[in-house]
Design a protein around this ligand. Structure first.
Ligand code: GLA
Length: 397
């Protein structure tokens, strides 16, 4: 028994030494795995957006509390680290036009003022989507589907009203969101059922007319999957062949801390070969297991019943999982830097772990850690590494 205890003690000492004795360097993954702190000891004073500005713009999705500065620490992070903002919810159809012709611009106006005040660019998200769009859009007074003409008119009015109001404020619009199935075929959404397959063309036509100075994007999740990206590229090429403007493909990038690096790189290469710009539009990396691996993605209707086993880090993330997250972020940004000439922007989907949608999707009530700033608004330790990565790439360039 005594022998066993002594052996155990030696093993513990050896493990402690691995963490404490190895010098850390910001460029080596192995060394990073040995860091024991999860937050930067000093506040990060250099800014992510500034470091990455030679390569692409660095954005974030903001919520109402950032914009009103009720979440003051969150708003400070936005001001310091990000140069381009997307409204997490405030420009979606249900927020802008909850009932017919009743437009509510409170949240979006506040965002535009915030962006002006702090000199940030803005991305408009989103004109046409099958989610977070109220039923009235597709229905008549009896609750039956409206005609193609009526729905096209509603789409046109919505796009023109929104794009017109923010004509000088918005740099680019997500025109259509998530119109594809996982195999790259067209989703049978209400838009598709009522208008037909050309609803996407119509949305881009209207957007090009209403927002002549803004870039226009098709945006979707799981575009690392070859079939789905093939579908997105085919769609973009169809538009282009018809003379309809589309400027880029938005890759949402809701991944885990084991992101699909190789597949993503192949997808990026395909977009480049097809001649479209790339935006990484909604980056976050969950550290939690997905309850059904076949459904990984960002289908917001998923709602699994809460189970303890899927919420292992409610009192703090494990070191191993945190290090996997750090490595995943570094690897992804290395990849983005490699293709920086074709990537216009990388946007994080949320400011801090405190208010990420990942805490309630696909299972409500979990404690997730997918972002760059923790629940106390502290930069995670690898934020410094991400900044150093861009700075050294800039020196080489
Ligand atoms: C999709 C949408 C976003 C957002 C996320 C989850 O990716 O494009 O607007 O709703 O789901 O928050």
């Amino acid at each position: 028994m005594r022998k066993f205890t002594f052996l155990s003690l030696m093993m513990v000492l050896a493990v402690v030494c691995i963490f404490a004795c190895t010098p850390s360097t910001s460029s080596s993954t192995d060394a990073r795995e040995n860091k024991s702190t999860k937050q930067s000891k000093e506040p990060v004073t250099r800014a992510l957006a500034a470091a990455y500005s030679p390569f692409f713009s660095f954005g974030v999705a903001v919520n109402r509390n950032h914009v009103t500065q009720e979440d003051n620490p969150g708003a400070n992070i936005v001001q310091q680290h990000f140069s381009v903002l997307t409204a997490e919810n405030d420009m979606k159809w249900e927020s802008i036009q909850p009932s017919e012709k009743r437009f509510t611009f409170k949240g979006s106006d506040a965002l535009v003022s915030f962006a002006e005040k702090y000199d940030k660019e803005l991305i408009g998200h989103v004109f046409v989507w099958h989610q977070q769009t109220p039923d009235w859009v597709f229905e008549d007074e009896e609750g039956n589907f409206v005609s193609r003409e009526v729905l096209l008119q509603r789409m046109r009015d919505h796009i023109f009203t929104l794009a017109g109001r923010y004509e000088n404020a918005i740099k680019g619009w997500d025109v259509v969101n998530e119109a594809l199935n996982e195999d790259g075929s067209l989703r049978k959404s209400k838009w598709q059922q009522i208008i037909g397959d050309d609803f996407i063309e119509k949305a881009f036509e209207y957007a090009a007319e209403a927002a002549p100075n803004a870039a226009l994007y098709y945006n979707d999740y799981n575009l690392f999957k070859a079939e789905k990206m093939d579908g997105a590229i085919a769609l973009a090429k169809r538009l282009k062949a018809k003379g309809i403007r589309i400027d880029g493909i938005g890759i949402q990038a809701h991944y885990s801390n084991e992101p699909p690096l190789e597949e993503l790189e192949q997808s990026i290469q395909k977009v480049i070969n097809a001649g479209f710009k790339i935006m990484i539009t909604e980056l976050d990396l969950t550290v939690l297991k997905f309850p059904d691996e076949d459904k990984v993605g960002a289908d917001i209707t998923l709602d699994f019943a809460f189970q303890e086993e899927y919420d292992p880090y409610k009192n703090g993330i494990s070191e191993a999982s945190h290090q996997k997250l750090a490595t995943a972020y570094i690897d992804l940004f290395r990849l983005f830097l490699k293709y920086h000439e074709h990537i216009d922007r990388v946007t994080l989907w949320g400011v801090s772990d405190k208010d990420t949608w990942r805490n309630y999707w696909p299972m409500k009530g979990r404690t997730d850690y997918p972002l760059l700033f923790d629940r106390k608004h502290q930069a995670k330790d690898f934020v410094d590494d991400l900044i150093a990565l861009a700075e050294s790439a800039n020196k080489i360039n």
